[in-house]
Ligand binder design. Sequence first.
Ligand code: NAI
Length: 357
Amino acid sequence: MDRLSTTTAETLFGINGESAHERVVLATDAPSGLQAIIAVYSTARGPSFGGCRYWQYAGDHEALNDALRLSQGMAFKNALADLPFGGGKAVIVRSGESLDRAALFRAFGRLVQSLNGIYITAEDVGTTADDMRAVQSETQYVSGIPRAGEVYGGNPSPRTAYGVFVGLLSAVDVALGRKTLDGVSVAVQGLGSVGWDLCERLHRAGAQLIVADIDATRTTRARELFNARVVETAQIVDIEADVFAPCALGGSITRAVAAQCRFKVIAGGANNQLMSLAEGDVLHQRGIFYTPDFLVNAGGIISCVREYLGSADEQAVLTEIAAIGPRVLELADRVKATGIAPARAAVTWARQKMTAQ
Ligand code: NAI
């Protein structure tokens, strides 16, 4: 069953006996203007843990689909990273109106608190450490906040980028038989918090960068600092490169992209890169090694979890994130042994870890 594509607002309660979300909460708060969704996919491994996205959607259905898919991905991500947490995610719908941002996130904090710890939040696209500080004024179930005098914490993006980098290195080893990135061409889609940091690492490692972003100031800087080739956003999936690193929003690997792209490896930070598992099958049939997003972009959640538990320093967290590299190699072994595409093999592996509690 194609789980990634069936988890939509049309199939809220799962189909054919497959597990569905444990809980989905829709909430509004008139004084602050809050319109939020919290989706808890699974608490089998522990309370659900995943970031909060603040985004403008085409409609409520799209926001709901995003929350449903992202929370499922978090359950897989936390399980594969061996974290003692389940998967959840929050979405705050961004309206056109200008709102009191601190009041909005305080209202969101009260919503999180009302769930009594089954969901723990942090940053995601559109939210900042300051937003999480506002959340923290209403609930203790929040992470991703730098704390004065404490050893560890804050913006998870650099750790996400580090995890993507080590995962990408392993994937290049698997698919190209190369141990370094020297001269390897990497197309990076999206130069935000994760994509930019990843570019810095790739450039230092000798990779040749091709970049695209809707924000021209970022691509211009990438050209200046990394000698990157800049292409139009619509073009980045069509160019020829060894590696494609999607680091913008999800859904960039459509059916057409899967069938026609000219990459050998796909490894990036964006969540929900595949439109559905079927696209992963097509990539596999075409000999393209796809490393599932929820495997390689776990660095940020590992960081947030250790901060939340107060149980790690920087070096310990980096060591834990570095394990993403060997995990990609283990996935490649599973793919080889079963003939199943990496995306499906990773979902099966994650589900095993979710039930083996
Ligand atoms: P961000 O908002 O800082 O960066 C996104 C970048 O993508 C921006 O520069 C934006 O201009 C660009 N962009 C948007 N649409 C684009 C398009 N059509 N083509 C090219 N560029 C486009 O977000 P961030 O934090 O870097 O996250 C990126 C992705 O990684 C998201 O999918 C997020 O869910 C995922 N992720 C982020 C984590 C983190 O620690 N920040 C953790 C795990 C996943």
